[in-house]
Design a binder for this molecule. Structure first.
Ligand SMILES: O=C(O)CCC(=O)C(=O)O
Length: 266
């Protein structure tokens, strides 16, 4: 990686190496909390670029019928250079390597914004329910651009629920094309809220059960960057096991189309 890029990455992101204790904790609990992974400068750039993209696409769509459309902006790394740096070359790539292995691709980037007054909940689901990938070690990461707590719609999860494996969610072709949300019925007695400070990141296993409630704050948005990483050879089970396209970030892949995917993005 050119020195110029490395230097500017260091001013925006706090690179870190997981301890063995953190790796073990991720395997047993299914999640890890990474404090202040964005620097003050990185957070400011995130807010500036992501909000500009959000406003251009979403502002004025307040009567949007689909709550998913109201809350998601996909492929934000196509629009924001700081998100691209973070997604492709940031600290989460190294963290993911420690948890998945040497061959890594980026498979999803999106904003999940719950602005003040957006009281739509995001029901219990596993991220592998929305897009089943094999092998089953994909990692979801949420990076907070605002402080998030129970009032403004922070995430909730059920520690160790990843140990239960893939739960059939009925997210078939029709549900997918209609972007119908998954709503799993779960025993919530072990659920815990995951309050975050702006600049923190929460990462979890593709089978982790999680949800968020609405944003009931009158003066605080809840803006999150959602990134997902997977083994470079991961395939889409719901799509006849076709290779999932995503930029190769580390190591190798057997799939030529993955090797070529988004290589032009810098
Ligand atoms: O943004 C949220 O509140 C939840 C997002 C989420 O769980 C997801 O996109 O899988």
């Amino acid at each position: 990686m050119p020195l110029k890029i490395t230097q500017s990455l260091n001013s925006c992101f706090n690179f870190q190496s997981l301890t063995q204790e953190q790796v073990d904790c991720y395997q047993t609990q299914g999640y890890l909390f990474l404090s202040q992974i964005l620097t003050t400068k990185g957070l400011a750039l995130f807010r500036e670029q992501c909000l500009e993209a959000w406003d251009a696409e979403k502002r004025g769509n307040d009567d949007e019928t689909s709550w998913l459309k109201k809350s998601l902006l996909i492929n934000i790394h196509h629009q924001s250079s700081i998100v691209r740096d973070y997604y492709f070359w940031g600290p989460l790539v190294d963290v993911t390597e420690q948890l998945i292995g040497p061959n890594i691709k980026g498979v999803t980037s999106q904003l999940t914004f719950k602005m003040r007054g957006n009281t739509n909940p995001f029901a219990w689901h596993q991220d592998n329910g929305y897009g089943e990938l094999n092998p089953y070690n994909a990692i979801t990461t949420l990076t907070a651009m605002d402080d998030a707590d129970e009032k403004n719609g922070c995430l909730w999860l059920i520690p160790k629920s990843h140990l239960e494996g893939q739960i059939p969610a009925g997210f078939d072709k029709k549900a997918r094309s209609e972007r119908k949300p998954i709503e799993l019925q779960v025993d919530e007695s072990r659920a815990i809220p995951m309050p975050m400070k702006a600049g923190d990141s929460l990462i979890f296993n593709c089978w982790m059960l999680h949800k968020s409630d609405g944003n009931y704050s009158s003066d605080r948005d809840r803006r999150i960057l959602f990134l997902r990483y997977a083994d470079a050879d991961a395939v889409e089970v719901y799509n006849n096991n076709q290779p999932r396209l995503g930029r190769l970030l580390l190591g190798q892949t057997q799939f030529e189309q993955v090797r070529a995917f988004e290589q032009e993005l810098e």
